[in-house]
Design a protein. Structure first.
Length: 200
């Protein structure tokens, strides 16, 4: 794959040591940069190193800690609900299947695929805004719904490659295939891209 060679260091950019930390960081990353999340999580994880510890935090305390990530009230509700579900349903351990993860309040397929691919050896397509945009532009899918995009790409991408595919596409979306002004002249897959052929 041309993009795989272009981005040999493509990987999850959220700092984490285990599934709890990655799940928490991924929830915080909604509408926020990974870099900003990585500034917030060291203090958060030092104070609350487990789901059990996080579940006991007062909402106003958590809100102040995660305020820099934006949408902090909604994220606080999601994090506390999720942590409580993990404690009550899974004895404090982050579960390792799609069905179990998406049973947690505040966790959808995107977040579940991040955790499964990075922590449980179960690769999946992570449909973030970059992947949605890039795969639409290059003609891999015409869908706009995240779940439909995931399922269509599952038919095209070998299971073992899905997590890396997601990282590579996201890196390309950040570096070259930007939302407003894609730099098609710098794109290594321009000749394979529907958008690049039509609009550049």
């Amino acid at each position: 794959m041309l993009l795989k060679r272009e981005y040999p260091d493509a990987r999850c950019m959220l700092d984490h040591r285990d599934a709890y930390e990655l799940l928490t960081a991924t929830i915080l990353a909604a509408q926020c940069t990974d870099a900003r999340v990585n500034e917030v999580t060291p203090v958060l994880f030092k104070r609350y190193p487990t789901s059990k510890a996080l579940a006991k935090v007062k909402p106003e305390t958590l809100e102040e800690l995660i305020r820099p990530t934006g949408f902090f009230r909604q994220k606080t509700r999601s994090l506390l609900s999720c942590a409580k579900d993990i404690v009550e349903k899974f004895a404090g351990e982050v579960p390792g299947t799609m069905e179990e993860l998406t049973s947690l309040r505040g966790v959808g397929r995107k977040t579940a695929n991040v955790v499964l691919g990075e922590c449980f050896g179960a690769p999946g397509i992570v449909v973030d805004t970059h992947l949605k945009r890039v795969t639409n532009r290059i003609g891999l899918t015409a869908q706009s719904d995240a779940d439909k995009i995931e399922f269509e790409l599952n038919d095209l991408i070998a299971r073992k490659d899905r997590t890396l595919f997601s990282h590579v596409i996201t890196f390309h979306g950040r570096a070259v295939c930007a939302a407003r002004k894609p730099r098609c002249g710098e794109c290594v897959i321009r000749e394979l891209c529907d958008y690049g052929q039509a609009y550049s």
